[in-house]
Design a protein around this ligand. Sequence first.
Ligand SMILES: [Zn+2]
Length: 296
Amino acid sequence: MIQWMDADPTGGWGDEDLPAERHSQGDGEATLAAGGGWDMEDDIELSPDLQVSGTVEVVFEQSLKGISVPQRWTNSSKYAIDHVYAGSFESTARLLYDQIGVVSIEPFRQLFLAAYLKSRASFTALPNLPALPFYPMRNTKEAAPAVGNPLSDLVQKLQGCFQLTTKGDFPEAVDKFQSLLLSIPLTFVENKSDLTFIQELVILCREYILGLQMELYRLKKNPVDEHAMEYDEQNPFSVCAVTYKPIYRGKPEVKCPFCRATFMPQFEGSLCVVCTVAEVGKEDVLGLRISPIQFR
Ligand SMILES: [Zn+2]
C-alpha cells in the first residue's frame, strides 16, 4: 500500500492514508472514481521489476519550502513599484518616505491598487484543480516583477492634462497633473533617456500645478493680480507655493523633497500643496529610485 504524506497547515507533513471512499473495480487498471479522483487502491498489477513491498513514503521535499515570489520581490528590490506589485504597501510607504519624504500615502491609494492588479495572472493546470497564480518576471536574472514600459501611459496622461488646461478646466487639470506626478515614483525605467524624461516630467508637472493653482487663486480673489505687482522682474526668484509671493535668490527658502516646489521657511514641516504627499523641508532623503542606472 502506498502511504501518502499530506501537508498540514502547521507546515509539517501528515501521514494519513488515502481516503477510504476511493474504490477499485478490481480490473487491474486505475480508473476515474465518481468523486473525480483516480482510483488506485491495492489491486493495481505492476510488472515484477516495478513492484515494491512495505511502505513507501512520498515526500515532496522542496515543494513548500522557501518564500513566495512576491516576498522575494520585496526582499530584494529598492524600487517602490516592485513593492506595490508584491502587495506590500507598507514597505512601499517606507521606501517613498526614505527616498522622497512622502508622509501622506492616501493619495497613492488608487495608483497602488491599479498597479497591484497588474502584477499577477493565473492559469489552470488541470480540471478540478484551483487556478494557480503566476508572476511575470522582469528578466531571468533578478527577482523582480515585469512592470512594462510606463512611458506610453505617462505620455497619454500628460496629453489629457494638456487638453484640460487648454479647455480651461483648471480644477480638473490640477487633479490630473497631481495624479500624473504621483504615478512617477511608481515607474521603472531601464535607460538614461527615459530617466531624463521622467525627471523632466516631475518639473513640468510641478510648474503646471503651481501655475494652475495660482490662476485659480487669482480668479477666486480678484481679477487684478495683486501678487504679480510685487514681483521684481529683474531679479531671479521662485514663487512660494503657498503664498504665491516671490522668494528672491539668496533669501531663505525650503523645498519639497519630491517635486522641489519652493516655500517660505515658515512652511517647513507642512504637507506640500503641489504634490500633496511630501513633507516640505525634509532634507535627509535619498532621492527617487526608479532605474538601475541610478545604482551604477
Ligand atoms: Zn511636493
